[in-house]
Design a binder for this molecule. Structure first.
Ligand SMILES: *Cc1c(COP(=O)(O)O)cnc(C)c1O
Length: 222
């Protein structure tokens, strides 16, 4: 791993007051240990089984971020320890997270994943779907989840103007929701957007967290 790269990115993010989530999916625990030794504490995984296996082997002050699609029947496995779920994309999932959070005696922080890309392969709620979720009676009764902000993935394209438009639209939607649904909830402040290829564009548009994998750990083999 290139620790020089890590230090450069860390300094760049610090200037923007932005958090680094090091995306360690498919990488061995040794790679995580190396970044941990350099001071990194937030790691992102997209598969529940892999996250659990790594959680069990690694220091307990690591903050684990679930960034991939989460199936309802797997929530119970991560509820005792997950730090932030970035990929909540339905009321059904949020209700299950709440149920498992109650069982674990925790309040679990979540982001709503919003669909901003011009692709049909990415998960997430549309702008139109997020509103009614937040206004629903069922959501308002959930006691053990906190929606701390939004997550989005831009289209995988070289067209930087398009990527910027998508990030800007998420930022704008974040501001609208904050005003309408979270004006008395200061914890609604996170905007998780930007990956290895586009995090600098995300920084321009107010990302509070970026999720970076391959630039830190090297390319994945699939
Ligand atoms: C894999 C992944 C990332 C990191 O991707 P890189 O291009 O390796 O930085 C970020 N977000 C999500 C949701 C991912 O699945």
């Amino acid at each position: 791993m290139d620790l020089q790269n890590f230090e450069t990115i860390r300094a760049e993010l610090k200037r923007h007051n932005t958090h680094l989530i090091a995306v360690s999916k498919t990488k061995p625990v040794e790679a995580i240990t190396e970044l941990y030794g350099a001071g990194q504490r937030d790691f992102g995984e997209n598969k529940v089984q892999e996250m659990i296996a790594k959680y069990e082997q690694l220091p307990k002050d690591i903050r684990w971020h679930l960034i991939g699609h989460l199936q309802t029947n797997k929530v119970k496995f991560i509820a005792p320890f997950v730090h932030l779920i970035h990929s909540v994309d339905s009321l059904k999932l949020l209700t299950e997270v709440n149920k498992q959070a109650v069982k674990s005696g925790r309040v679990i922080d979540c982001l709503l994943q919003i669909y901003i890309a011009n692709e049909d392969t990415k998960f997430g709620l549309s702008f139109e779907e997020a509103e009614p979720l937040l206004s629903s009676h069922e959501y308002l009764q959930l006691t053990n989840v906190r929606i701390c902000g939004l997550m989005g993935m831009a289209t995988n394209t070289d067209n930087e103007a398009q990527i910027e438009r998508e990030f800007a639209s998420l930022k704008k939607f974040h501001e609208q929701l904050k005003q309408k649904h979270f004006s008395d909830k200061p914890y609604f402040k996170e905007l998780s957007m930007g990956m290895s290829s586009d995090y600098q564009l995300a920084l321009k548009h107010g990302a509070t967290m970026v999720r970076i994998g391959s630039v830190l750990f090297g390319e994945r083999n699939h």
